[in-house]
Design a protein. Structure first.
Length: 1233
């Protein structure tokens, strides 16, 4: 950002895309720099960071490599001529004349059709014209686009090079800014833009997913710029105005940057409190606690309950007050004060062992080596350092990536040998870097993964950081190990003259590496000296970790806490009473199978990218379930050790509010055939956003250490206890559960502190089925070809293969009409039937958006093929309920119920439920049922889960003509493989734009993606070559369907005549209405939005519904639904509706309403701003969630949200896309008065 003199003699402020992102990150810091540019009396810290300087140099080198590659491909070009690379020179100065000159050169090159334009310059001299009467300066824009690439259609694609290996939202804003400038100068713009990342990867982004956020942020930038520019001093001059003040209304501040930090210190802001969140700080300020000192002084009143702060629970508030008290009591130059908050947490430290190691990495994230095909490999952990209990130091150096692999192998061999000699040894470290980088290094090099996994499963790695945070309160703003050292290092504090920080270590290493490569011996000697300094720094970190462990053990002893029990002890010695009724082994060991290894080898050898990806996906699928299980158990055991606040907002977690929870029935002795004592608990608390808890589902109850029962097998020493129970009842504010205990366990009255996710279901026969499939695939690849297989076709994203290479049958064809028995309105059904008849060991997909009749089509396709063709068909889905719904649909379509069968969930029918229309099979009765019909020469259909179709004892391999996968948009590729082994063909039905399936694990390839989602790829709708898109909705009116179509279906969805004829009088216009509500500080519930929901509901109930062929009727409570993202808002809205006498209106989270519809849908989002949103905007504004919520409506959808929710810049590309989707809705919808 800089200031120019405008044409009329006034001031012009020139901004860039980087200014927009700077303002989005911290408005206060940005405006302080604006003040300085405007000549006001303010000092702004200069950017002086060696790491940033080095990153800038590496970024320039990356850009030059990309430019060289383009010159090689396109050749040199000339401005005004088509083709080639045209480089725009840098402007001679930042004057308007110089910028206009190079901007015109850019335009000439673009109009001339240059293949690549490098360093295209844009100068928008009057993005916002000057307004002298208001005192507003002109606002201009300048930008330098790295690359503009001309596409085959003549549009220009914006490309930007970034050194980072992951997409940063700041880069996305630049892409949108340059795309807008192209449009301004009349150049056609491609719909997608590209980031060329530091590792050579290209990340493609739709401008529709970026531009709305860019426009919103640019509008905010202009708003705050003009506000500061209007400020004048007492003399009326702009230069003499006071700089922006800390705490200025409506100006956001990060509180962390070099501009904010002095102000936080100067004002004693509550942000000084260690571990405080921004939203907590805002709530303290709103409660009148303006400084850290005020919070500390309030400790007694907070402890007694006399002072409460809305939105902060009592326990959290007391923790913050204690932290503030200790920090206020700290004396500069002395060790900080310490309070032992939870001495029991120190039991997580194992008993000292002579073999113990104390470990620390040094790593350089900016290290780069060339990879394959123009890619690059980044990052190097160049020093594995450790000391033993005698402080003897062992360094293992790695100066390139090959050496890093060898260093890992040496380290693991060293540890293995030491464990043989000292079975009880542990490896201590501080914070998660060592654990995560051991994992990432093993994954990068493909060596030692099983060994690292074993170290983690057996709790050999001990992270002292979470133990410190659970056990202690320390009078320091930071809990980094360097800030704790005055507590235990005595007179051996760090020498400030050497390497003293991680960033300095990285810079020193880069300079040492350069020196070691010199031809001058003195320079090389200097390099070796630098390495010695780094080693000294690393050794001190390791010794510090050892001394910290010993200090913590002394505190434990002072409080009577014994070091942790050996986690490797025999289960009988530990006790296995976890209340689960089953043994939980802590997950399987991760050992890559020979089949996975063979498929990975084929992936590396494949020349076609499509074949390479398919083989890699297949290899990843082999060990899918092991990774899912492993990821769950790692997270589970971490929850038993880590501070609760670290995981309180994660999915399927509920932190128990002890004051509101109760024992409904105390311990009861066993009755009849029962073997255990039981008690019933009503637990209340905040259920984390996005949770999918359900009645009958398994969850763990977490008890503080020491738990009232034995430790769970596999848990670390000193871990919280975990008891597996089932949810009896699910409530908006919590759950009811039944807890059990054995006779040998003493009765206890304690309540659990949290409810956490239960273990994932075991895969059963699915793993074997996937491995069999993979073995056949590998054998075919050994012969040089892919086999004819439906899942292989899905993974390769090839069109459905019909006999003779025929194309899919067109719904408009005579063949489709004949297959539909001449029914004009069943043409698509006929086309699907005809295509399936011709399908040869392949897969066909049908995407059905809301209200398009997907289940109706499936039922009639199945009935036709069973009755006319004698096919044996299976139906599979994620849940029994979905399968049963399709089966009932098939019977309603006219199939004899005797030819449709299913084993009930759990093996028997619910006694209170109505009898199903299909044939109820006994457990494992699938094969006998199908065999009987096969013997009689009849077709039949069975329903089941992937567990059933993967099990050859239930359904024989390839015994089905067709397997129908319903809700395939939520059915992962791995279970698709497992179930597919039962059938010759697959029919995928579903919609990936509905709620996605949640995966536990992290996989090397996206095998957790849904089968239908994988086919769609980067598209929102199914390509015509892959199957059929059902384009007509019979639910939504055009006014609403058009909004949903633009949001989620690439404009392809439109309204069927039957929906168009539906009318509602007296309840407002059809379509989407946005209700902007003012509120502040709300996170998961908003009484302001609840009041607006009540107002909308009342107004809606005055309407009259006119359905074609039916008598008009007044809208009732059953015609209105309210969808909320959080259980807390469900409860808040339900209470408001009851108070208003509208208790009949249904209220729930979005997952409760999937598949349902109503004339009116009201969607409330609750959160006041992006800063208030738990789990981030990606969850709240996920396009799939908004799509499902809005598309429940037949006539009108009302979106109720905060006026401030669309402000802010998300931290991820997914968040930007989600926010852009939301902003497009607010732009498309009618704004309520």
């Amino acid at each position: 950002m800089f200031v120019q003199e405008a044409d009329g003699g006034g001031v012009r402020i020139v901004t860039s895309a980087s200014d927009l992102t700077a303002a989005s990150t911290c408005e206060f810091a940005f405006l302080r720099r604006v003040d300085a540019k405007l000549g006001r009396d303010v000092e702004v810290p200069a950017d002086d960071d060696a790491m940033l300087e080095r990153a800038a140099r590496l970024g320039d080198a990356h850009e030059e490599r990309v430019l060289a590659a383009y010159r090689e491909s396109y050749g040199e070009g000339a401005s005004g001529r088509a083709g080639g690379v045209v480089e725009i020179p840098r402007p001679a100065s930042m004057s308007a004349v110089a910028l206009d000159e190079v901007a015109e050169l850019t335009r000439t090159a673009l109009l001339g059709g240059a293949g690549i334009v490098f360093q295209a310059t844009f100068f928008d001299v009057a993005q916002r014209p000057e307004d002298p009467e208001a005192g507003d300066p002109a606002l201009a824009f300048v930008g330098f686009a790295d690359f503009l690439r001309r596409t085959e259609s003549g549009e220009y694609e914006v490309q930007d090079t970034k050194l980072a290996r992951r997409v940063k939202v700041t880069a996305l804003m630049q892409l949108a800014a340059y795309a807008e400038q192209l449009e301004r100068v009349g150049i056609p713009v491609a719909s997608e833009a590209v980031l060329i990342l530091g590792d050579g990867a290209r990340s493609t982004h739709r401008l529709a997913d970026i531009s709305p956020v860019f426009r919103a942020r640019r509008s905010r930038l202009h708003e705050i710029l003009l506000d500061r520019a209007r400020a004048v001093g007492a003399d009326g001059r702009r230069e003499s105005a006071a700089p922006v003040a800390w705490g200025a209304a409506d100006i956001t501040a990060c509180g962390r940057c070099e501009v904010c930090a002095p102000e936080v210190e100067r004002t004693r802001d509550p942000l000084l409190i260690a571990g405080i969140r921004g939203v907590q700080r805002d709530r303290l300020l709103a409660a009148g606690l303006q400084t850290i000192d005020a919070v500390a002084e309030a400790l007694p009143a907070i402890g007694s309950g006399d002072i409460q702060v809305e939105g902060i629970g009592r326990a959290v508030l007391e923790r913050l007050a204690w932290q503030a008290t200790l920090q206020v009591g700290a004396v500069p130059g002395e060790a900080p004060p310490v309070r032992v908050a939870d001495p029991g947490a120190l039991a997580a430290i194992p008993k000292p062992d002579p073999g113990d190691l104390f470990f620390d990495f040094e790593g350089d994230p900016l290290y780069r080596e060339p990879g394959e095909e123009g890619s690059a490999r980044w990052g190097l952990d160049y020093l594995f350092g450790m000391v033993d209990a005698t402080e003897r130091f062992t360094p293992i150096w790695a100066h390139d990536l090959d050496a890093e692999r060898r260093a890992l192998e040496e380290f693991l061999a060293f540890v293995a040998d030491r464990r043989r000699r000292h079975p009880g040894m542990r490896i201590y470290h501080y914070a998660a870097y060592e654990r995560t980088h051991l994992l990432s290094i093993a994954a990068r090099h493909g060596v030692g993964e099983a060994e690292v996994d074993q170290l983690l499963r057996e709790h050999v790695l001990v992270d002292l950081y979470p133990i410190v945070r659970r056990a202690l309160r320390i009078g320091s703003r930071s809990y980094s190990i360097k800030k704790l050292e005055p507590l235990y290092m005595g007179d051996e504090l760090r020498d400030q003259s050497g390497v003293t920080s991680g960033d300095q270590s990285i810079t020193e290493y880069a300079e040492a590496s350069a020196a070691l490569g010199s031809g001058d011996e003195s320079t090389r000697a200097e390099g070796r000296a630098r390495l010695e300094a780094i080693a000294d720094y690393n050794r001190y970190d390791c010794v510090s970790t050892l001394r910290l462990r010993d200090w913590l053990l002394r505190i434990a002893a002072e409080h009577g806490v014994e070091p942790g029990t050996d986690a490797h002890a025999d289960a009988a010695e530990l006790g296995t009473r976890t209340g689960s009724g089953r043994e939980d082994e802590g997950g399987p060991e991760l050992e890559l199978s020979a089949v996975a290894t063979a498929l990975a080898r084929h992936a590396s050898l494949a020349s076609d990218p499509r074949d390479r990806r398919a083989a890699a996906l297949a290899g990843s699928a082999i060990d899918y379930y092991e990774r899912e299980q492993k990821s769950f158990w790692w997270a589970h055991y971490a929850r038993l050790i880590d501070p609760i606040e670290d995981w309180a907002d994660t999915r399927d977690v509920m932190v128990v509010d002890a004051e509101k929870s109760e024992v409904e029935e105390d311990w009861q002795a066993p009755v009849g055939r029962q073997r255990k004592h039981r008690r019933r608990l009503r637990l209340r608390g905040g259920i984390a956003p996005g949770s999918s808890l359900k009645e009958g589902g398994d969850v763990y109850l977490a008890y503080d250490y020491p738990p009232p029962f034995g430790p769970q097998r596999g848990a670390a020493p000193g871990a919280r206890g975990a008891m597996l129970v089932k949810i009896l009842e699910l409530h908006d504010d919590g759950v009811t559960i039944e807890e059990t205990r054995s006779d040998d366990l003493p009765e206890y009255g304690r309540l659990p502190v949290a409810l956490t996710p239960g273990p994932p279901p075991r895969p059963g026969a699915q793993k074997q089925a996937i491995e069999e499939w993979g073995r056949e695939l590998a054998a075919a690849l050994d012969q040089g070809h892919f086999p004819a297989d439906p899942v292989v076709d899905i993974m390769r994203r090839v069109p459905p293969r019909l006999v003779g290479g025929a194309p899919l049958v067109d719904p408009g064809s005579a063949e489709a009409l004949a297959a539909a028995d001449g029914a004009e309105d069943h043409r698509t059904i006929g086309a699907v039937v005809a295509s399936l008849r011709g399908l040869h060991r392949s897969a066909l997909a049908v995407q059905g958006p809301p209200g398009t009749g997907k289940t109706y089509l499936a039922a009639r396709v199945i009935r036709t093929l069973v009755e006319r063709d004698g096919w044996r068909i299976g139906i599979v889905a994620q849940s029994h309920k979905v399968v049963e719904n399709v089966l009932e649909g098939v019977i309603s379509a006219g199939l004899d119920p005797a030819r449709a069968g299913k084993v009930p969930q759990g093996g028997r029918l619910d006694p209170g439920a109505p009898l199903p229309g299909y044939t109820v099979l006994r457990p494992n009765g699938h094969d006998a049922f199908m065999h009987g019909h096969r013997q009689a020469g009849r077709g039949a259909v069975i329903g089941g889960t992937a567990w059933d179709f993967a099990n050859p004892a239930r359904v024989a391999r390839k015994s089905l003509d067709l397997l129908v996968i319903d809700e395939a948009g939520q059915f992962s590729l791995a279970p698709t493989i497992a179930a597919s082994v039962a059938a010759e063909r697959l029919l995928l039905l579903g919609d990936p734009q509905q709620l996605p399936q949640v995966s536990q694990g992290s996989h090397p390839e996206p095998v957790d993606t849904s089968a239908l989602g994988w086919l769609l790829g980067e598209h929102d709708t199914l390509p015509e070559s892959a199957g059929y898109f059902l384009a007509e909705t019979r639910r939504m009116r055009t006014e609403l369907a058009d909004v949903v179509s633009e949001l989620s279906y690439e404009g392809r969805l439109h309204t069927h005549t039957t929906a168009e004829l539906r009318e509602v009088d007296g309840a407002g216009a059809a379509g989407l209405v946005w209700h902007a509500v003012e509120h502040f500080g709300n996170s998961t519930s908003s009484v302001e939005e609840a009041a607006e929901v009540v107002r909308i509901a009342r107004a809606s109930l005055s309407g009259t519904l006119h359905e074609p062929g039916e008598a008009p009727r007044a809208l009732g409570s059953e015609d209105v639904i309210v969808v909320a993202p959080y259980n807390a808002q469900v409860e808040c809205v339900a209470e408001a509706l009851i108070a208003a006498g509208l208790e009949g209106i249904r209220v729930g989270t979005v997952d409760k309403f999937q598949g349902q519809e109503a004339a009116i849908a009201i969607v409330t989002l609750a959160a006041s701003s992006a800063d208030d949103v738990p789990r981030g905007l990606e969850f709240l504004l996920m396009r799939n969630r908004l799509n499902v919520a809005i598309s429940r409506a037949q006539w009108a959808a009302h979106l109720v949200s905060s006026t401030r929710l669309g402000q802010g810049l998300p931290s991820t590309s997914e968040g930007v896309a989600a926010l852009s989707g939301y902003l497009r809705l607010t732009e498309r919808g009618t704004r309520a008065a």
